[in-house]
Design a protein around this ligand. Sequence first.
Ligand SMILES: [Zn+2]
Ligand SMILES: [Zn+2]
Ligand SMILES: [Zn+2]
Length: 320
Amino acid sequence: MKKIFAIILSVMMVASLAIIASAETPLTATAPATTVASADFTTITATPDKTSVSAKGDKIVVNYVVSNNAGIMVLTMGRISTVVPTGLTLVDEKDGGLFGAPTTGANNVLYLMDADSKANGILYTATFEVAVDVKEGDTFTFSVPTIVAANYNEQAVQVNCVNATVSKAACTHANTEVRGKVNASCTQSGYTGDTYCKDCGKKIAEGTVIGQFLHTGGTATCTKKAVCTLCKQEYGNVNADNHPGTKVVNVKAATSTTEGYTGDTVCTDCGKTLKKGEAIAKIINPPTNDNSIVTIAVIAVLGIAAIAGAAVVYNKRREF
Ligand SMILES: [Zn+2]
Ligand SMILES: [Zn+2]
Ligand SMILES: [Zn+2]
């Protein structure tokens, strides 16, 4: 046990020397107590369960996976809470059981074994949740917490930590809707509307103008324009040749002294004379009627009376 405590102390000292480096610049800091070949670097890789997220609330499970383990007896790992990417929340964390049950402190998780372990696999698992609205191109970087490791021989075990990134994937615009559609009519042009992605809000396609319709239907007359059957508005020009109603005026009956007239046909709407009438000849031979019979009778009676009167006068003269 003495030896083990010595190792732990050694690990803590090494930690202060910050020999742990990122994947990009592995192990270029202060030299360890004992140099080991890079081929022997133990690697711990942050391994998210997905490569992209789409929205707030998405969860990302990250396994911290040990590979190429050179042999470790003691290892401390910083708490996951120290490496939570901005915009994410740590919602769960658990040990992977690779090096036995750890001792979890405020700042570190400590694995302490009886002998060197060359086990590879999941050291630790953390679950993060996206806590902010994400847009295309947003990227979250998952890094491995500070690792300090040593083996039974008190050699620092150099660990190559490999980060991983998860990004907001480019939207596939799977759900779209058309906005701003305007139906064309005979009074206005229309618009097919613009196509927007319902997921990211981006305008996917511009719409096109739909030409205005022509007015249609109705019948123009001599005084009124046609009324469109669609919009109920007048359109076009009057039709000077379409007179919907006519009447006959200036009719005059013929007499024995004056000519008559059949009358003119005129439009009841515009008053235009559409057809002239014709003269009706005078009545030349008025037909016999009762009055003329009386006249003849009176003449006849008067004639008889005159003859009778003459006879009386003659007889009187004969009396003298
Ligand atoms: Zn989209
Ligand atoms: Zn119309
Ligand atoms: Zn008319």
